[in-house]
Design a protein around this ligand. Structure first.
Ligand code: HEC
Ligand code: HEC
Length: 220
């Protein structure tokens, strides 16, 4: 009986491996077992799913899913503008090769981490750049530097460039802004910062008003 249970357990484990994304499962396990797991967990927010990647079947998306979830949650190509990605990918590839990981601090958890080949890294970068964030053009939206643009300017350039308001419609923006608020709470805990007295507070209504004013027109 015991043996049979063990067999069933094994069967479930095999089924689990076959159906769950094996790369992501291994990465999650590595994070769970590492003393640095909590730190790595906070680098990028959870919730961005493989199926949300642009052209999920493309080579670039497949490479992102394979290599970029080994230490932290899945990165969204739209998080950064194209000019920002080369330096990030270069830094990440070094880490995957076992270099630049704060000396021996993280070396034990880097065991089993795979690095992309030269051509793979190239394809990865091209994919991220192609699906990158479009930065806001200050010439087009000078209001961003006026007091009425301040809430948006201060809050939304902490982790990436200011996004082009034309990316979403006025009805879509509030949900994106709400998600960014969650991202802020998640990622701030990496550094353990707490709101300090006198620090500007997040003014969500002002941010949404600014974005709505310049948002993409909804199709009628
Ligand atoms: C070997 C572990 C490891 C792998 C694999 C890895 N990263 Fe990272 N990543 C880190 C660490 C550690 C940080 C935090 C320190 C830093 O920013 O360098 C980080 C931070 C980031 C950040 C947030 C920093 C920023 O500038 O916005 C992004 C985005 C990112 N990685 C993207 C990627 C992409 C894309 C890949 C796949 C090409 C990848 N990572 C693969 C370890 C890794
Ligand atoms: C704490 C860091 C952080 C801050 C601050 C931040 N973002 Fe983001 N942003 C992210 C991350 C991480 C992603 C990728 C994951 C995602 O889409 O949630 C992202 C992606 C985006 C994207 C591309 C994805 C999409 O759905 O269009 C837009 C646009 C964006 N942010 C707008 C904003 C706006 C507007 C603000 C200010 C309210 C803001 N961000 C503040 C971290 C941040």
């Amino acid at each position: 009986m015991k043996r049979r249970l063990a067999c069933i357990g094994l069967l479930f484990a095999v089924v689990d491996l076959a159906f769950a994304d094996p790369d992501m499962a291994a990465a999650r396990k590595r994070r769970a077992e590492s003393p640095h797991g909590p730190m790595l967990e906070r680098i990028l927010p959870p919730g961005f799913e493989p199926r949300q990647l642009p052209q999920p079947e493309s080579r670039g998306a497949q490479l992102t899913m394979r290599y970029c979830v080994q230490c932290h949650n899945l990165p969204n190509p739209a998080m950064h503008h194209a000019a920002k990605w080369p330096a990030i990918v270069e830094r990440m590839v070094l880490r995957m090769q076992g270099r630049g990981n704060m000396g021996t601090l993280m070396s034990e958890m880097m065991a089993g981490v795979e690095a992309p080949s030269g051509p793979e890294a190239h394809a990865l970068l091209a994919y991220l750049a192609r699906n990158a964030q479009k930065p806001l053009d200050v010439q087009k939206y000078p209001e961003v530097n006026r007091p009425s643009g301040e809430a948006f300017r201060l809050a939304c350039q902490q982790c990436h460039v200011l996004p082009d308001p034309q990316r979403h419609t006025a009805t879509q923006w509030p949900a994106v802004v709400a998600r960014m608020q969650e991202n802020m709470e998640w990622m701030n805990r990496v550094t353990g910062t707490r709101p300090v007295q006198g620090e500007p507070q997040l003014r969500v209504e002002d941010i949404n008003a600014f974005l709505a004013k310049y948002a993409k027109k909804a199709p009628r």
